[in-house]
Design a protein around this ligand. Sequence first.
Ligand SMILES: [Zn+2]
Length: 91
Amino acid sequence: MGKMKKATYQDENGKDFTVEYDPDDPCLYCGYPVEEASMGGTLVCPSCDMGVNRFTGRPWSLEEYFLVHKNFKLATTGGKTTPAFGRPERK
Ligand SMILES: [Zn+2]
């Protein structure tokens, strides 16, 4: 459990509200620590919120898309997610 962070969102009436979140919680899609809240919420990392691979910055390939959605299904049905795609190897 890491140090909690805060994120501010607006409700449907345009009123700000703040939520606390743990940046070490795994992202519902990629399975890596969420690190920063996104428009999609505190459980989705900013890259997945935009549908891009956080390591390459490129839009998900079809294969990555299926992997992250498998993770999402697991995460939302009480299963355990695993990192959907590997960190790119450094050469
Ligand atoms: Zn993610």
